[in-house]
Design a protein around this ligand. Structure first.
Ligand code: DAH
Length: 337
C-alpha cells in the first residue's frame, strides 16, 4: 500500500509538472484529488489495511495529499505569473502614464467666483431666491408700476398661474429684507430670464449679480467707494464713472461705466452695472409685508447694484459673442482652463 501511494504521488507530480495550461491543471486536480479521484480511491483501501499498519498508511496518505496540493498550487502560480508576464511583454511599465484630460471651471463660473470673493472680502454674504417668482417680488415690491414695459408679456416669461421667470436678481433684495432685519449686506448671483432674441449680446437666460447694503446712514459715497473698489479688483487700475439713470427701485439711480481697453482697441467707456440708493418706496413695501418698522426709511438707508456676469466675462476675456459661452465647445472652453 505504501509503495502504491508513493507511486501515485510520483505519477501525480510528474503529470502536474508536464501541464502547461490552467485547464489541464484542473483536470489533474480532479483526477488525483477529486471526490472520485485516485487519492480518494486509495483512501478507500484503508479498510483492508491491518490495524497496526493504519497509522503509517494514514500518514502516507496525508503526505501524498499535501505533496499533490502543493505541486498544484505551485504550478498554478507559475502559470499565472507566465500569463502576466506575457501580457506585459513589450510594455515598459516605467514609462510615464498618458496624461488624463483635466476638466476646468467654465469661464462664467470663474468670473462669478472671482466677483463673489472680492465682495465677500468687503463683508457681503451670499443670498438666494427662487427663479420662478411672484410679480410682487420681481416688480411690485420693487416699485415697478403695472404699466412698466418690463412687465409686458413680450418681455417677460409668465406662467399661467401668474408667476414668472425672474427678469432680474433684484427680487432677492426684497426676499432678504422680508425675512432679515437690518443691517444687511448681501450679494445674490443667479440666473435671470427675458424674452430676448438670441444674438451676440442677448440670451433669454443670463446671469446677474445683485448687491444690497442696508444700515443706518448708508450714503451714496459708500455706494461709489464699494463699486469703484470692486471694479478695480476685477479689472485692475480702471476709471469708474457713474452716469445718472432711472430705475424704479432706486433714487437716485446710476449706470456704471468702466474705462477699459479690450484686446488692443483704444480704451473706451463700457457700461457694466446699474445701481442706486434704495427707493424709500421699496422699504415701505418690505415694511408692509413684515408688518414692523425695521425698514422704516426714517431709520435706515441703503444702496443696491446689479450687473451681468456674462458681460463681466465678455469684458474680462475679450469674448466677442455671448453664444460662445453656452455652446460648450471644448476648443473654446479649453482656452480658459
Ligand atoms: N435690476 C437691474 C437690471 O436687471 C439692475 C440693477 C440696477 C439692480 C440698479 C440694482 C440696481 O440693484 O440698484 O437691469
Amino acid at each position: 500500500m505504501l509503495d502504491a501511494l508513493e507511486q501515485l504521488k510520483n505519477d501525480a507530480l510528474a503529470e502536474i509538472s508536464s501541464h502547461s495550461t490552467e485547464a489541464e491543471l484542473e483536470g489533474a486536480r480532479v483526477k488525483f484529488l477529486g471526490k472520485k479521484g485516485q487519492l480518494a480511491a486509495a483512501s478507500g483501501g484503508m479498510r483492508d489495511v491491518a490495524k497496526e499498519d493504519k497509522p503509517a498508511v494514514g500518514a502516507k496518505l496525508n503526505e501524498v495529499r499535501t505533496a499533490i496540493t502543493e505541486a498544484l498550487d505551485e504550478k498554478n502560480t507559475a502559470l499565472t505569473n507566465a500569463k502576466d508576464a506575457a501580457a506585459f511583454d513589450g510594455i515598459d511599465a516605467s514609462l510615464p502614464s498618458r496624461p488624463i484630460p483635466q476638466g476646468a471651471l467654465h469661464p462664467l463660473t470663474q468670473v462669478q467666483h472671482n466677483a463673489i470673493s472680492v465682495l465677500r472680502r468687503m463683508g457681503f454674504s451670499l443670498a438666494e431666491g427662487p427663479e420662478i417668482e411672484t410679480e410682487w417680488h420681481c416688480f411690485d415690491a420693487l416699485n415697478t408700476p403695472t404699466d412698466h414695459p418690463a412687465r409686458n408679456e413680450s418681455d417677460t416669461f409668465y406662467f399661467e398661474n401668474g408667476k414668472l421667470l425672474r427678469t432680474h436678481t433684484s427680487s432677492v433684495q426684497v426676499r432678504t429684507m422680508e425675512t432679515t432685519p437690518p443691517p444687511i449686506r448681501i450679494i445674490a448671483p443667479g440666473s435671470a430670464f427675458r424674452r430676448d432674441e438670441v444674438d451676440a449680446t442677448h440670451l433669454p437666460v443670463f446671469n446677474q449679480l445683485e448687491g444690497l447694503y442696508v444700515d443706518e446712514d448708508v450714503t451714496l459715497a459708500d455706494l461709489k467707494g464699494t463699486l469703484e473698489f470692486f471694479f478695480q479688483e476685477m479689472f485692475g487700475d480702471v476709471e469708474v464713472r457713474f452716469r445718472p439713470h432711472f430705475f424704479p427701485f432706486t433714487e437716485p439711480s446710476f449706470e456704471v461705466d468702466v474705462k477699459l481697453e479690450i484686446k488692443g482697441q483704444a480704451a473706451k467707456w463700457i457700461e457694466i452695472a446699474g445701481c442706486g440708493m434704495v427707493d424709500p418706496a421699496v422699504f415701505d413695501s418690505v415694511g408692509k409685508t413684515r408688518d414692523d418698522k425695521e425698514y422704516s426709511p426714517k431709520k435706515i438707508s441703503g444702496f443696491a447694484f446689479g450687473m451681468g456676469i456674462d458681460r463681466l466675462a465678455m469684458i474680462t476675456y475679450g469674448i466677442p459673442d455671448l453664444r460662445l459661452l453656452i455652446e460648450n465647445d471644448v476648443r473654446f472652453l479649453g482656452q480658459f482652463a
